[in-house]
Design a protein. Structure first.
Length: 443
């Protein structure tokens, strides 16, 4: 379940209530004050919250996020802040966090914890006829052999990655998650990943055109040339497939380019449908480009699947249930001289699949610094992130030998190991197909 940065903070407050901070509903605002009826204590020192930070994570005005509290009136529950006057004085449904720790530091601690957490990633690499060594450069998170959990192979003809657009390991400068291995152009969707039940997936992807500007999803992959004229896949049919649901007819078109001067284009009708388009791979083409474009109407269009294969579309490809066969550790090796490369056995057509440890993407740094990231989301698990963030905060406040730091760092260590362990041991459910031992030993 995704959590906003604000939700991570709220959970941290629950875990250490009253020690570092508290969160209260705002009753009213002026340009210089915050009033909360839950602070109507009376009888306590008016210095109780002076010298702390007032953090408004719910305000949509980034410049109003953080203020320094100079005075507190316990009889009226009023916090007075210094600095620039608030421009947003609408308090409906808004909370304020009163914190001893500067909000900037809390945000950075959460981001650090998110980036420290790892899960197991599954990335496919199509086999190239006769090739033994493969670069893992596209998997930029794999920096050393110990990052690899295991390697399998299958006989799927799919050459693009992230078919269901579920993997999202980076964020845009707008703080929105981006589907792995696909480039997004001018998508106007403010929440591009929406909940779905399609094929048991978690999300569908919303590709939205606005203000007359087309939006695109595109991927460019290697043409898998061997250097031998006419050798596979040169001359083969290349088929692009998109399962979509445009709001209006002709809202979407699908293009695949294998080197033909005028790439083929398929245009949508209405309702959920399967778009397909074919091309022929030319020997002069080093890359295969797939592009889905939202055009014509300024509307949201649902994208369930988007992929390209070598060959004709069949029901086996639609089912996407190709068995995976795990390779023995002795069947593959590394070259660490420069970009990490891997030696693979000669298996035939299909893909080898690398399972590796991969960190969650952090928040966009510019938005993190400004406070605009308070409403941005992460898929990293709630409890582990909170433990890691509290560990970093207490380290900064009390040092590396304090009981608070040691406790929360131990909690983070346990939760992060448990999270990674769980993924590694349910791999057959993650892949979408059975994982089997190799039917024969491959040399």
């Amino acid at each position: 379940m995704s959590q906003t940065l604000h939700q991570y903070v709220t959970e941290m407050i629950r875990k250490v209530p009253g020690d570092l901070w508290r969160e209260d509903a705002i009753t009213s605002l002026t340009t210089t004050t915050i009033v909360s009826n839950s602070l109507l204590f009376g009888g306590i020192s008016n210095d109780r919250y002076a010298g702390q930070w007032a953090w408004r994570p719910d305000t949509t005005t980034t410049a109003d996020k953080t203020r320094y509290i100079t005075a507190f009136a316990s009889a009226t529950g009023t916090l007075t802040h210094a600095g620039t006057n608030y421009s947003d004085t609408t308090a409906t449904g808004e909370n304020v966090i009163i914190s001893r720790v500067e909000p900037y530091i809390v945000r950075q601690a959460i981001d650090s914890a998110v980036r420290r957490l790892k899960t197991v990633d599954r990335t496919e690499f199509p086999f190239v006829s006769g090739q033994g060594w493969y670069s893992l450069g596209e998997a930029t998170w794999i920096r050393q052999p110990s990052d690899i959990v295991r390697i399998c192979y299958d006989h799927s003809p799919q050459i693009t990655r992230n078919r269901y657009l579920q993997k999202r390991s980076s964020v845009s400068t707008a703080g929105l998650p981006v589907p792995d291995f696909w480039s997004v152009g001018q998508n106007a969707a403010t929440s591009p990943f929406q909940t779905t039940t399609y094929r048991g997936q978690r999300y569908y992807y919303a590709l939205t055109r606005a203000a007359g500007v087309d939006a695109t999803l595109s991927s460019t992959v290697s043409a898998m040339l061997t250097g031998v004229s006419g050798e596979f896949p040169v001359g083969e049919t290349i088929t692009a497939v998109a399962v979509v649901n445009p709001l209006s007819a002709t809202n979407l078109n699908l293009l695949v380019d294998g080197g033909v001067t005028s790439p083929n284009i398929s245009t949508s009708a209405t309702g959920r449908q399967e778009l397909t388009i074919t091309d022929t791979l030319l020997s002069s083409e080093h890359a295969i480009r797939t592009v889905l474009t939202a055009q014509n109407a300024n509307e949201e269009n649902i994208v369930y699947e988007l992929y390209t294969i070598v060959g004709a579309l069949t029901d086996a490809v639609r089912r996407d249930n190709y068995p995976e066969y795990e390779l023995d550790r002795g069947d593959w090796d590394f070259d660490q001289n420069g970009v990490l490369t891997i030696r693979m056995p000669q298996i035939g057509r299909g893909r080898f699949i690398v399972y590796s440890k991969r960190a969650y993407p952090g928040f966009d740094n510019t938005r993190l610094i400004s406070g605009a990231a308070d409403a941005d989301s992460s898929d990293a698990p709630l409890d582990a992130v909170c433990a890691g963030a509290l560990s970093r905060i207490y380290f900064g406040l009390e040092g590396g030998q304090s009981p608070n730091y040691l406790y929360w760092e131990n909690q983070f260590s346990q939760l992060s190991r448990r999270h990674l362990y769980g993924y590694a041991n349910t791999m057959n459910f993650v892949t979408g197909g059975p994982v089997m031992p190799a039917p024969r030993r491959v040399r």
